[in-house]
Design a protein around this ligand. Structure first.
Ligand SMILES: [Zn+2]
Ligand SMILES: [Zn+2]
Length: 217
């Protein structure tokens, strides 16, 4: 019998899947995996996850392996779905509500044709333009939110995103914005609304594309 550890993403990295037809990575390299997100309000919603357990992505934004997996996954999502937005809820301690129910770092990639920038500008949070690779030096030990629009893989390299340094933890910020835009007001908590069929379809679609490198179907 499989034994599951405490961290859902460490389990996935070590091949322990709760839902193999969702959790099994559709793309991976030495340092990262790409998986279909559970709780996806939109088909194609994926996560980039570092293999090593860490609280946020900030130490990994400069890694060539991140660029490598983004170069595979972004064109695949764009081709199968549409251009995407990328965002992270960067937490700084185990159990923080800023992390979306997992203490293991991850970057959300969501095929979404609307920009969330107007919502960010109209929010009461202060956003600064920033490249992902600058996040670590800007935030220090604070929690943060990062948002970026990624039409193509070159845009990911060049693109300037929007950074907010959190003064207090905030729960599922971007998911709530997307839930409001898509009329899923009820669904801002993915544990109550896991939408597993959507996630299964995402994996099925992306595993058959060129993003699939070195993974079993
Ligand atoms: Zn972990
Ligand atoms: Zn998240």
């Amino acid at each position: 019998m499989k034994t599951f550890g405490i961290c859902r993403f460490c389990n996935i990295v070590s091949g322990q899947y709760q839902h193999a037809d969702i959790d099994r990575p559709f793309c991976e390299n030495d340092a990262f995996i790409a998986v279909a997100s559970i709780g996806a309000l939109i088909e194609g919603w994926s996560l980039i996850i570092p293999k090593k357990h860490q609280l946020s992505m900030k130490a990994t934004y400069n890694r060539p392996e991140l660029e490598d997996i983004m170069d595979q996954v972004i064109p695949s999502i764009v081709r199968k779905y549409r251009p995407l937005i990328a965002f992270e809820h960067g937490s700084n301690r185990e159990g923080s509500i800023t992390a979306c129910g997992t203490d293991h770092a991850h970057l959300h990639l969501v095929p979404f044709s609307e920009s969330l920038i107007p919502s960010l500008e109209n929010s009461n949070l202060h956003w600064v333009k920033c490249h992902a690779s600058e996040i670590a030096s800007r935030v220090g030990n604070n929690e943060y939110l990062f948002y970026s629009e990624v039409g193509t893989k070159d845009e990911w390299r060049r693109h300037i995103g929007y950074l907010h340094i959190l003064e207090r933890p905030i729960s599922q910020y971007f998911r709530q914005l997307i839930a409001a835009r898509t009329g899923h007001y009820e669904a801002s908590d993915y544990r109550k609304f896991p939408y597993l069929e959507t996630s299964k379809q995402t994996r099925k679609t992306l595993v058959g594309s060129e993003a699939q490198i070195g993974v079993e179907i």
